[in-house]
Design a protein around this ligand. Structure first.
Ligand code: FES
Length: 566
């Protein structure tokens, strides 16, 4: 709720600890960490970092948090850094590790909510850099509804080997080439050693850059947050500007409820479609909307896909990297173009305290004469969005397809059933993946996986083996933002819950139809019922620990896989 608050009320929450007589221990502890009597009058801002040393997406975030803190302090606020977890999908390696990836999103949300509530922070800045960190942070900010800003850690620079630009997907695709015998041992090692040159999130329009771009469009990070690479000086400058922006949010009591609205969610998803973003955005925006108490359905997302063309020639299906975007004006220039063409709501409020339209007023326009990353509306890569919601007897509650148009709009083939993603790699290494197959990877859903694994390894290996345009892949799991090819994920209900994907057999005919938006298993209703009659629900793969809790609480992919609803 926006109100011009008297300066004395900027510490509306922390004053419980600093101004009241009844909690001397808290005040003593705050003196103990070095605060002064003067500091006791100031608002306190929690700075949540998912920084940790173990991977390149997050390795620099604690350093960026220090710059954020400097900017916070310079604006008469107290900044207090705390950490939460992060899981890098690039390092989860197969089902065992990947099971923890999507659950980590909700753990991040829960942990940020817990610290900010328990410590009485007046606002929160989240410094995040990988796929699940960003939606987790935004879900927490929506639940907390205190002034909040997200800082994206920034995209990685591309790697280089023998004149070729590389990124993390190059490493996975090298594995497929190894299986196909089309890469030498020396070059395989060369690609692995040179794909990742330092700090930053995976460099294409994969999930991290998709979420960063669309969260900026939604208004919860400063303009250009998604466009500065991690090692660009602009990233440090952005961090230092956070304090001034936070001061404005506190003074006007602008909270996420003022920023996350149905219209701003539409802006976010419009940018996802225009940039060719990851299918994971569907899952995460369904969850963000629920955290904000808003209705957003798969049909809403399809409607946005129907009206927004796919414009950006970015990886994974295109040529360019996120680092290339800054030179053409970054995400703000794309937003301006979309706004000028009536595709973005200009009246949505943002963390600058201004509207989207006001933020875009001084942004230079895209120069279509001198750049080829973003195409004009008159010449799109695809006239409508690349994300399509398919339903049908194989996915009665929906599935999410990524259709760039390059792979065609329809695929008909015979099922090759893999009970988990490891079976695909095994089949590939034995030469059992053949043109014309629809590879069905099941038992990979939110409960059955558990954790709804990403299929980056199988899809990249298939691409590397030269089969990318010859097979299709469907799963009740997810796809990495780095995936391209004819793929359909989030098949709901999942196999664990007795969804029809559980009943597919090798050799069944399957049709993926992105025009009719159908996913069809060509068996009769009677045959489906017969197969169902022999099915029993699998024993949950975990009953304790994080994954046991996850299986008991997680909602379906069509409901964003949230874990905090009854
Ligand atoms: Fe972290 Fe890709 S694995 S951004």
């Amino acid at each position: 709720m926006i109100t011009d608050a008297p300066a004395t009320q900027l510490n509306r929450f922390s004053q419980t600890l600093t101004q009241k007589m009844d909690n001397p221990a808290a005040k003593a502890m705050l003196y103990g960490i070095g605060l002064t009597a003067d500091d006791m009058q100031k608002p306190q801002i929690g700075i949540a970092s998912t920084g940790y040393e173990g991977n390149t997406c997050n390795m620099h975030l604690n350093g960026l948090s220090v710059y954020v803190k400097q900017g916070i302090q310079a604006n008469g606020l107290v900044g207090l850094i705390f950490n939460t977890i992060g899981v890098s999908d690039g390092m989860t390696n197969g089902n065992d590790g990947m099971r923890y990836s999507l659950p980590s999103r909700d753990l991040i949300a829960d942990s940020i909510e817990s610290v900010v509530m328990a410590q009485w922070y007046d606002g929160v800045v989240t410094v995040v850099g990988c796929d699940k960190n960003m939606p987790g942070a935004i879900m927490a900010m929506a639940r907390l509804d205190r002034p909040g800003i997200m800082v994206y850690g920034g995209t990685i620079r591309s790697g280089h080997y023998k004149g070729q630009k590389l990124d993390i997907v190059s490493a996975f695709e090298a594995l497929g080439k190894k299986y196909a015998g089309s890469i030498s041992d020396e070059d395989y090692e060369g690609v692995i050693r040179n794909s990742i040159p330092g700090a930053g999130a995976c460099g294409g329009m994969y999930t991290a850059n998709t979420m960063a771009s669309s969260i900026e469009a939604m208004g919860l990070s400063l303009p250009f947050s998604s466009s500065y690479p991690a090692t660009h000086e602009g990233k440090q400058e952005e961090c230092k500007k956070i304090g001034a922006a936070m001061r404005v949010l506190l003074e006007r009591n602008i909270t996420p409820a003022d920023i996350i609205t149905k219209k701003s969610l539409e802006n976010a998803l419009t940018v996802v479609m225009a940039l060719g973003g990851s299918t994971n955005a569907v899952l995460h925006y369904l969850a963000i909307a629920r955290s904000a108490g808003l209705d957003l359905s798969l049909d809403d997302i399809q409607a946005i896909s129907d009206r927004v063309p796919f414009l950006a020639d970015l990886k994974p299906s295109g040529k360019y990297y996120m680092e290339d975007m800054l030179a053409i004006g970054g995400v703000p220039a794309v937003m301006k173009y979309l706004y000028q063409n009536g595709m973005i709501h200009g009246d949505c409020l943002t963390v600058t305290g201004k509207t989207v339209a006001e933020n875009l007023a001084d942004i230079p326009e895209l120069d279509f004469e001198n750049q080829s990353i973003v195409r004009p509306l008159s010449n799109p890569i695809k006239a409508t969005g690349h994300i399509q919601i398919l339903r049908g007897n194989l996915a009665p509650k929906g599935s999410v397809a990524k259709i760039t148009g390059k792979e065609g709009l329809r695929f008909e083939g015979v099922a090759k059933v893999c009970e988990h993603e490891g079976e695909v790699i095994e089949a590939l290494s034995k030469g059992e993946i053949l043109p014309g197959q629809v590879i069905v990877i099941r038992n990979s859903g939110p409960k059955g996986g558990p954790g709804m694994s990403e299929m980056l390894k199988p899809t990249s290996a298939i691409m590397g083996a030269g089969l990318g345009d010859k097979v299709a892949l469907i799963t009740d799991g997810r796809f990495s933002g780095g995936t391209h090819g004819f793929v359909v994920g989030h098949v709901t209900p999942e196999a664990f819950d007795g969804g029809p994907i559980a009943f597919v057999k090798d050799g069944d005919k399957i049709t993926l139809d992105a025009v009719g938006r159908e996913l069809t298993l060509h068996i009769s209703d009677e045959e489906m019922a017969e197969r169902r009659s022999h099915w029993t629900q699998p024993v949950p793969p975990f009953t304790k620990g994080v994954l046991g809790k996850y299986i008991r609480n997680v909602k379906s992919a069509s409901e964003g896989c949230v874990t905090d609803e009854a």
